[in-house]
Write a protein that binds this ligand. Sequence first.
Ligand SMILES: Nc1ncnc2c1ncn2[C@@H]1O[C@H](COP(=O)(O)OP(=O)(O)O)[C@@H](O)[C@H]1O
Ligand SMILES: O=C(O)C1=C[C@@H](OP(=O)(O)O)[C@@H](O)[C@H](O)C1
Length: 349
Amino acid sequence: MITLACQEGKRNWRACHHLRPLFCSEISSVFHFRFVVIPTYGIVAFGDIRVMEAEVAQRIKVSARFDTKKIVKSSLGFLSVSQKFKEQGRLLMSMLTQLPNRTSSHHKPVVLEVSCSHNKFPASVLESGGFPATLDEALILKNKSQEIEPYLNGCCIFLVGMMGSGKTTVGRILSDILGYSFFDSDVLVEQAVGGISVAEIFKLYGENFFRENESEVLRKLSSMQQLVVSTGGGAVIRPINWKYMRKGISIWLDVPLETLARRIAAVGTVTRPLLHSNSGDGYSKTFMRLFTLFQERSGAYANANARVSLEYIAAKLGYIDVDNLTPAVIATEALEQIESFLKEDGIAI
Ligand SMILES: Nc1ncnc2c1ncn2[C@@H]1O[C@H](COP(=O)(O)OP(=O)(O)O)[C@@H](O)[C@H]1O
Ligand SMILES: O=C(O)C1=C[C@@H](OP(=O)(O)O)[C@@H](O)[C@H](O)C1
């Protein structure tokens, strides 16, 4: 996500955005960028994201300039760039958006969320865009992050948890609010192996090869500062990875298996090779497989410095169902758990 600055009294909003290093390898194909622009104070969106998109897409005009060739703009706010290009680092994109009068009169920052799809990139990257939060949620999140940020001392945050537990979704929120960089270790492994998906890596080279690369990625990340890292669900099983993650603060996103199975069944298992199955109902098969994996891994997840339990948050807030917990609320609890950990660790707050 990026925040655009409002030009006082004008309807034009400008931003130069460096896409996150999602596209570091050579790419030659068609991209679709999906824009969602929402007036806000921080990282906040309102309502259902699909509703917002449909609503905004009709109002927003997006133009983009790339170094090269051809841009096709569709009336629905999708921008297709059909060209062959090679980027060593990042794709630089500048955008001019025009917002309706109603919005510009508020002089608020605007969040422009960019999600990208591309046939070479796994859905795990795509599934986890920002999520709606209420303004109150965003303010609480912001205040909490400002409270603890100085005590973090630049320390990296490693999110661990089962597949689908929201490491990527919550991780992006945390990185935005703390001003840290975000990395998804699966994406880094994919890049290290030449741009093929996790599913293909498992198929072509096997799980061990994937795990070796995953450890190498975590080793490199652990030498850095101010990162939020979404680790793969199985990273916790290798003791060497804990050696790396101990250089930062590890947080376990503990989500009931039923919720995980529902989330994953909704998006399919194509990007999660350990859940591939040839037959049967998506939810039940996924649940059984998650159940087995969790039996093997629960002890390892408990090594994390802090635990964010969705059941605990729901009980605290008086919700019956954990499915009502937004990623912003979960991110707030993560910050609270980090605060408790720092206190226990003798770092006064
Ligand atoms: N709090 C939440 N409520 C509802 N859906 C969520 C929540 N957090 C994540 N999701 C959805 O669950 C799926 C998996 O989330 P993701 O962040 O990719 O998990 P992980 O990185 O742990 O595999 C995605 O489709 C995401 O949109
Ligand atoms: O649980 C696991 O062993 C795995 C989880 C995946 O990451 P996510 O947890 O991000 O889905 C990915 O690393 C790989 O498919 C293996």
